[in-house]
Design a protein. Sequence first.
Lengths: 427, 427
Amino acid sequence: MTDTAISADVEAAVLEACQRAKVASRSLATATRITKDAALHAMADGLVADAARIVAANAKDVDREREGGMSPGLLDRLTLTEERIATIADALRFLASLPDPVGEIRRGSTLPNGLRLTQKAVPMGVVGMIYEARPNVTVDAAGLALKSGNAAVLRGGSAAAESNEVIVAVLQDALESVGLPRDCVQSIDAYGREGARVLMHARGLVDVLVPRGGRGLIQTVVRESTVPAIETGEGNCHVYLDADAPLERCIDIVVNSKTHRVGVCNAAETLLVHKDAEDKLPAVLAALHEAGVTLHVDDAAADLAPDNVPTVPATEEDWATEYLSMDLAVRVVENIDEAIAHIRRYSTGHTEAIVTDDINAAEHFVSHLDSAAVMVNASTRFTDGGEFGLGAEIGISTQKLHARGPMGLAELTTTTWVVYGDGHVRG
Amino acid sequence: MTDTAISADVEAAVLEACQRAKVASRSLATATRITKDAALHAMADGLVADAARIVAANAKDVDREREGGMSPGLLDRLTLTEERIATIADALRFLASLPDPVGEIRRGSTLPNGLRLTQKAVPMGVVGMIYEARPNVTVDAAGLALKSGNAAVLRGGSAAAESNEVIVAVLQDALESVGLPRDCVQSIDAYGREGARVLMHARGLVDVLVPRGGRGLIQTVVRESTVPAIETGEGNCHVYLDADAPLERCIDIVVNSKTHRVGVCNAAETLLVHKDAEDKLPAVLAALHEAGVTLHVDDAAADLAPDNVPTVPATEEDWATEYLSMDLAVRVVENIDEAIAHIRRYSTGHTEAIVTDDINAAEHFVSHLDSAAVMVNASTRFTDGGEFGLGAEIGISTQKLHARGPMGLAELTTTTWVVYGDGHVRG
């Protein structure tokens, strides 16, 4: 399969889980919205009812990882409290309130020969998820898959293994309580990394794989997987201040894009400034510094930083880095085309923003870039399923196949052509 | 990269071609329909003007392959005549008559905070094609890619190398004549199988890979490629005669699905018959025999074949075979659910058809199957981009990600979210 051997036992067990998911997915595919929403409510109720048991299991994960030296930030993401569980349960209830993406008619027509053609949204079948140590993703992914009529095979990080085991059992009990197969949601955490690799090669059993986590995880999945995978969430996002950009708007958008939340994929990582907007740079850099941002600057920007604003010299590596921290790379460019060339070279294709009052510059920026989202006079932070009104989000796709940008429930469906005739044959 | 080494020279040359295609794709992405259609007409005119030169190059391919023992069927597909070139050129002119898929607004809304959201169709960028010895695919693929604003990197079969070299040069001259970069259409045939493998791993340079050809080629591409690929064209299609199916319609649809054209992916390969429709089977088998079909039958069907209709016993392998020939597997089933179970087990997910007068049976068949197209009382042969009114077709996708069923120009685009604000930041 790949360079290291996978034990036959693990392979058999994971493939069997996928096969059971495939069988279960057939019940889900024809389940009505009423049944699916009842399942989501039962899942939410079950999580709240069993919150103490989940918190106890989670405490074992947290203690083990703390002793193992996990960073405070990651420990916080791993930690569940009864309050957090209530929030996670509410997200399931919100999913239940959304329209059913299955059965939507996308296109249709009557052909010249009288054939009646309908392109209908149907579930993918089995969705595989590979993610890291955030147990809330287990519930999120199971809920999104269920609402879109898909069975889910989940591989969470080993750091959350105790938490995920209890959570999945609670979700399975809820499924059973409304008459759906327990196999609609399964965890393969027990099979470790080997299990994840079997999942990546379960082509024919698993219909799509969605990795969620850091760059290493995502790149491993998209490169190794023979199951069609969706590349998500890497965001080296840029803000470009055009020659003709009003100062206040520059400050608002740059500071918001960088500092509103730093550990997320739609945060800005590089600021590009037209040389004719250099006069705004001192104030922009001062505002960023005041907000706590470390500025990695090129020579031109260094010269423009006020004396009380410390900077560090930017290296080639800075342009390519998704900091996910209070750091920002800053570069002065000759013109908009140099900004576009910089973005094309270093962007991960997530989100880029231009600040300008010039309609021609805005149009040029939009039409010459190739990212999932391009913002004109708005913060990069808006690239988000919730903000876009998609209701819920399973990830943000930075690839071009199937889904691009925030992936909601619709992106977890595929289509089938249903064709009605009355004995039509081709002549 | 994989198990056998690839020479550094080939890798460098193919990656450079892909890089040049990426640069060229930027001109194409912003080219107007007027320019793209002018290019398609110039390509058509060029092919016709240079037909003699193309036919001469093609003769070398045909002679070499004939001596090498290529079958008459494949030799016919390889052969170009001035008449065939005129037909190929007409297909380009037809493409020019189709609407531009680029720039289409798919969704859009104004968000509660006033942000104006637009999801716009944009080109993929660089489309890779790996195909076999049919030089017409070279023109087809180049034309479809161009119309949808994509650069194309083409890897045709070595059997058509001489033909493709001349054809690509003619197409590049046409591009240049309307001011588009020659690099919009490139061939990497000179780099052989090694070149194809570099193309499959050019993730980041090539946006999507579409294989066209036999099962071996397609499976190699979808399994080995790290570039997102689309599985196309494998069709183990089924026709199911329900208990309540009128005899004449059974005969019409089965004979048409099997014999209208046998070497294509939407031809039927297995006939399933409800046991309550057994009385129709003798006449259906007789009609198929008369049309020249070899019948591979289970025991129940064997018993029902008229004395003058020869049959051969079906084996397990027959159910799984895409014959692409005048052969048909035939099985009698207990009921519609056994037919559905059979199809789920053996189908490649292309097209299935039911013949019935029973609305409940039709609905049950449609909602319990999971293929790209499901026909009710119509021939499997209708699953086709031209028949569906999509205008043109680059292949028929049997996977669930991105495109399903006939892929037209729209399926060669992706989308970008363009978001307009007036200084919006997240609070």
